[in-house]
Each structure stands twice: as structure tokens, then as C-alpha cells.
Design a protein. Structure first.
Length: 468
């Protein structure tokens, strides 16, 4: 691509991140030499290595391949805000005067070369992005997708056009998950913008919710003047598109442009009739599980219909969508136990996931294991976490996953436990203790919840309980 015409090598600091790994795969497919560093080896980094990408796991400049040491003019280094400024590799590249760009800027450069559908909002970005990618695929439309999770249909977080000539076509569609963290999404100028929610979050970046709303409005204003913005009816009054076409959607609010009714649950999946400005579309079966996906479906339907995709492809893409890893991800489904893993890490997300699970399996006693993500988020939302977790019958809290943060005095998982009305709560971290506790509680519906490394529990829990 022209914007990277002098670049031969790409080095990604934090290559194991979901957004970074999608970029790594993209540049690898484009024929660049791709390298990376991450603190921890994971199944995702191992997959990248199997695809021919060279990765190191030590913060040691001596391990930088020789071919990069003297090629600073033809090497681009991509980094994220999660990389600490004292990182030795980061400083090696700074001192070597390499081209260094944030992940968000690189995604913006790519996305702004195509006709982009940007999916934003404090919740629901990944599921909506992956659903739209599947609709495009089922409709036979060659397109890109940079996803914030692993789509089960693609088994990847990246979708590429099948024909290389599409890479240079500015009318080619590109689906991008537009992240509000660090105001990253302001690098993207979409043709179509989705805004799902604008709840308070990332208060280490934003002053307050008003600051978040203001930034989302800036993002909405970056939409092409001949494009459109799709907005959840719940936040319609907060989003000012000022001259850009605005379309609203809802699960069931008839004042929205797009909404569902005749909602029925059959064999764990919802089927709906969708009301649109072009008429009612009957019998849309939603492949992704959980009632929250009715609202998501209406956002995707509104976007795709206004892009010009035929309804047959939209219905097929929604029905065949298998979901996203770690989003209402069912690992055990037996008469004795259902086990669901989910990425929920904000009070609203916890409430939506727990409620959806209990609606699917209303007769089952529910135990949730929650690992809070970030000290700052725990401090800001402890009361909200407590209220959402009170929806469970039994709760296991794990210690806070710090990610990029240092501890904050007096902030811990106990802070959440102390605020809960439901006193069936314990704090455990050892897998053997967790398994024994689940057995003692005779759990029928098990949830693991969180955005940290709680997914490491999935295999041992599945192994322990799938034999029941």
C-alpha cells in the first residue's frame, strides 16, 4: 500500500494483544516481514508463530533480529499504550530513530483507505463487528474486518478479501472495531458508524462520562458527510450527528427506526421479526446466544441494509453466526452442567451476561467466577460490580488482574465483596480450591467472567466438569 511503500519490516510491541495481532496478520498477508514482542506466550502468539511471524518473549534488545538492527529506515514499529515507557525494546527503537506509530494510527491509515464500517461503543463492539463480517461473507462480498475478538466463523480476528486486486479498491468494505480507549477511534473516518453505548469507563483516560460523550460525538462527526451513523435508541439524545444521517435501533422500542418484536426462544436461540423503514422482516433466527444479541442484531441489520446489502444475505449472516470466543462462549452443555465463559468486565456487561444466561437456563442454580480487571476500574465501579454480581446465586471473586496498572491502596476484590448484599461470596485463586467449591455448591450453571487471564481457567474447568 502506498502509505507503507518504503516499509519492508514491521515490528509490533505487544503483538499478543487482540488488536495488535490482527495488524500482524494483515501485514504478514501483505508480504511484509513481521516480528513482535510480548510479555507472555499465549495460544494466540503461538498461532501467529505458526503463520510465520517471529516473536520473542524477553524485553531484551539483543534478541532483535540482525536484519532489523541496521534497517531503521525500512522498519515500522507499532506499539500500544500498554507498553511501559521503561521497556528496553521500546527505548531501543526510539534511540535508533525507527518509525514508531501507535496501533490506533496504523489502523486508521488502513481503514481510511477503504469504505469503513466502524463499530464503536463501550459495550458490544466485538459481537457486532464479527456479526457484520459474517454477513458480508455470507453475502459474497469481498471485504476486510479487523476484529476485537476471535470470530468462531473465521477462527481469526482478521478477515481479508479473497482477491488481491480488492486490496487497492477504495470501495472495498472494511469493518473496524473502533476502540474508545485512549481516544483511539478518532484516527478513523468511517463511511458508516455504529455507536452502541456511552457508559462511563476508562476513567484513567476520561475525566467523566461527559468527557466520554463529548469524544463519541467527535467520532460521530468524523463520519463521511454522505455516510450515516447508527445509534442505540437508549443514547439517541446524547449523540449529535449535525447534518449526517442518523438511524436508531432498539431491541423492542417502536420509536426506533429498527426494532424487534414477536420475540421467541427456541432451542437456546432467539427468533424475531424485525421492523425496518423498508418493512417488516419476519423470522430472523439469531445464531449468537443470549438475549443481548437481539439488540446487537438490530444494529447490524440497520447498518447492512443502509450499506445496500440484500436482506437474504443479512438474514443468512445473522443465522449462521456462531459467536465470538469469550462472548457467551459455551464450553459444557450437559443435563448436569452448562458452563459459559464471557469477557464481561464492566457492571453493565456483567448484568447483561448474567441475565442472558439465566434467561436461557432459568431453572439452574448459577455460580459465577469474576476476575476484576484493573485497579482503577474496580475503584470506580465497585458498587456497580457488587449490584451486578448480586444477580448470581453464588460468587467466587478472584484477585484483581492489574494489566498495565500498579496497585492502588485499599483497592481489592474484597472491596466488591463488602458491598454485596448476597453473602454467598468467597475469594479464591487456586484452581483446585475453585473446583472443590463448585462441587460443594452443586452448580448447574457456571460462568467465568472477566477480561484478564481468567480464560486460563477454561480448560481445567472444562476437564473437571465435562466428565459429569
Amino acid at each position: 500500500m502506498n502509505q507503507f511503500e518504503n516499509i519492508k519490516n514491521v515490528y509490533l510491541l505487544g503483538i499478543g494483544g487482540i488488536g495488535m495481532s490482527a495488524l500482524a496478520r494483515y501485514f504478514n498477508a501483505e508480504g511484509f516481514n513481521v516480528y513482535g514482542y510480548d510479555l507472555t506466550e499465549t495460544s494466540l502468539t503461538r498461532q501467529l508463530q505458526s503463520e510465520g511471524i517471529s516473536i520473542i518473549y524477553q524485553d531484551d534488545p539483543q534478541q532483535i533480529p540482525d536484519e532489523l538492527v541496521l534497517t531503521n529506515k525500512s522498519t515500522m514499529v507499532i506499539f500500544t499504550p500498554a507498553i511501559p515507557k521503561e521497556n528496553k525494546l521500546y527505548n531501543f527503537f526510539i534511540e535508533g530513530e525507527y518509525l514508531m506509530l501507535k496501533r490506533a494510527k496504523v489502523l486508521g491509515i488502513i481503514a481510511n483507505s477503504y469504505k469503513t464500517i466502524a463499530v464503536s461503543g463501550t459495550h458490544g463492539k466485538t459481537t457486532n463487528s464479527c456479526t457484520i463480517a459474517n454477513i458480508l461473507q455470507e453475502s459474497g462480498i469481498d471485504s476486510f474486518a479487523f476484529l476485537g475478538g476471535i470470530s468462531k466463523n473465521l477462527n481469526s480476528n482478521l478477515m481479508l478479501p479473497s482477491k488481491n486486486e480488492s486490496f487497492a479498491d477504495t470501495e472495498t468494505l472494511l469493518v473496524a472495531e473502533a476502540d474508545e480507549y485512549d481516544r483511539s477511534f478518532l484516527w478513523i473516518n468511517p463511511f458508516a458508524t455504529i455507536i452502541t453505548y456511552v457508559d462511563a469507563d476508562h476513567l484513567d483516560i476520561y475525566k467523566n462520562r461527559d468527557d466520554i460523550v463529548s469524544t463519541f460525538n467527535r467520532f460521530a462527526q468524523s463520519t463521511h458527510h454522505n455516510g450515516f451513523v447508527v445509534v442505540n435508541k437508549k443514547i439517541d439524545s446524547l449523540i449529535d450527528t449535525a447534518g449526517i444521517k442518523k438511524i436508531t435501533y432498539s431491541e423492542s422500542d417502536p420509536s426506533a427506526d429498527y426494532y424487534a418484536d414477536n420475540i421467541r426462544l427456541e432451542n437456546g436461540k432467539y427468533t424475531i421479526d424485525a421492523h425496518t423503514p423498508l418493512g417488516t422482516v419476519a423470522d430472523i433466527t439469531i445464531g449468537a446466544r443470549g438475549r443481548v444479541n437481539i439488540e446487537n442484531t438490530m444494529a447490524c441489520l440497520a447498518t447492512c441494509q443502509n450499506i445496500g446489502i440484500k436482506m437474504a444475505g443479512i438474514k443468512q449472516g445473522i443465522a449462521t453466526f456462531k459467536g465470538v470466543q469469550r462472548r457467551m462462549d459455551i464450553h459444557i452443555y450437559t443435563p448436569e452442567m452448562v458452563y459459559i465463559d464471557d469477557y464481561a468486565h464492566h457492571p453493565r456487561e456483567l448484568e447483561a451476561t448474567i441475565t442472558s444466561a439465566k434467561q436461557l437456563y432459568p431453572e439452574r442454580k448459577t455460580l459465577g467466577i469474576f476476575q476484576p480487571h484493573l485497579y482503577s476500574r474496580t475503584k470506580d465501579f465497585a458498587e456497580g460490580f457488587a449490584k451486578s454480581l448480586d444477580l448470581l446465586d453464588d460468587i467466587i471473586l478472584m484477585d484483581i488482574y492489574p494489566a498495565r496498572e500498579k496497585p492502588i491502596e485499599n483497592v481489592s476484590s474484597q472491596m466488591i465483596a463488602d458491598l454485596m448484599k448476597n453473602k454467598n461470596v468467597v475469594i479464591l485463586n487456586e484452581i483446585s480450591q475453585i473446583i472443590n467449591h463448585i462441587k460443594q455448591k452443586n452448580t448447574k450453571l457456571l460462568l467465568t467472567l472477566g477480561a484478564g487471564n481468567i480464560d486460563k481457567l477454561v480448560k481445567p474447568l472444562s476437564d473437571a466438569f465435562s466428565k459429569l
